[in-house]
Ligand binder design. Structure first.
Ligand code: AMP
Ligand code: ZN
Ligand code: FE
Ligand code: FE
Length: 285
């Protein structure tokens, strides 16, 4: 039996509504699925309701994903599990992050206009399916539709990515702060897609050691987009630091069409045991 601990819905930059995620997970034969929208726990009630309605015993794992300051060129993403939107300290911080995202988006529109790109924010909101959870992938899609970028990647390279002329940063926490807030909220923190840090193996080893010391409980070794040998190397890295080997597809729907819930590119298989291992690392109540 398999699970999937990394998916996105329309609450952030996925293309499926949150209630669709449990349906896709059940169809893929998963016994548990985590919804991990960027900066938001807002899709969890609808996803949980649908998981329960299906009557298949599918476990909906509450989650979210935060972009953090971190070592390396690529940016650090942290997954938090077992935190619900009940006003705890992590949920309060997510409110700040979403406020800052809105401000960043307004500045990004102004910046693109300065660069001679007449993007309309209404089109970006429409692309996102609403004003909540608007992110750079939605800007990128609009730039492609306007014929200004050739592809999403091209939009990031020439306009939106770090180092590009249209780059506007937004507030980010440090990884250890997220682990602390997660623990205070009854949850756990996991380093997402560790190779995105863009670190050479010795630097990655040192970073993972620091994160483990700061309270991280796992790393996402079994990532949908990684090759078998990458997953194996990351599994060994996790074991060297006493961390849980977690995994998930990073399903986003149509914006990453090669990644499916449960199976990733077709060869993903995250064992059920991972969820028990993660739950076993929750802070004592
Ligand atoms: P935001 O949170 O609005 O700053 O957008 C960040 C999201 O943009 C990330 O989670 C990625 O999904 C996506 N992203 C970042 N850099 C790139 C890139 N170079 N190419 C494609 N997508 C990217
Ligand atoms: Zn995303
Ligand atoms: Fe991510
Ligand atoms: Fe993600």
């Amino acid at each position: 039996m398999v699970i999937d601990l990394h998916t996105h819905s329309t609450v952030s930059d996925g293309s499926d509504p949150p209630e669709r995620i449990p349906e896709l997970a059940a169809a893929a034969g998963c016994t548990a699925v985590a919804l991990t929208d960027h900066d938001s726990l807002g899709g969890l009630p609808a996803a949980r309701r649908r998981a329960d309605e299906l009557g298949l015993g599918l476990t909906l794992v509450p989650g979210c994903e935060l972009s953090c300051r971190g070592p390396g060129s690529g940016g650090m993403h942290v997954l938090v599990y077992f935190v619900e939107d009940d006003g705890g300290p992590l949920a309060a911080e997510l409110v700040h992050l979403r406020d800052d995202r809105r401000t960043r988006n307004e500045r990004l529109v102004a910046r693109l206009h300065e660069l001679g790109v007449p993007i309309a924010f209404d089109d970006v909101v429409a692309q996102a399916g609403g004003s909540e959870g608007v992110g750079r992938p939605h800007f990128a899609a609009v730039l492609v539709r306007m014929g200004i970028a050739e592809s999403i990647d091209d939009a990031f390279t020439r306009y939106l990515g770090a180092g590009a002329p249209g780059y506007v940063p937004k507030a980010r926490l440090e990884g250890p702060e997220v682990a602390h807030l997660a623990a205070l909220s009854g949850g756990v923190a996991v380093l997402a897609h560790p190779l995105s840090l863009g670190l050479e193996p010795p630097a990655l080893e040192a970073s993972v050691a620091e994160l483990a010391a700061a309270g991280f409980v796992g790393i996402e070794a079994l990532y949908g987009n990684y090759r078998p040998e990458e997953r194996q190397a990351l599994t060994r890295l996790a074991h060297r630091h006493g961390l849980v080997v977690t995994g998930g597809s990073d399903y986003h729907g149509t914006s990453k069409p090669d990644l499916a819930v449960g199976t990733g590119r077709g060869d993903l298989s995250v064992p059920e045991q991972v969820l028990d291992d993660l739950a076993g690392r929750r802070p004592a109540a």
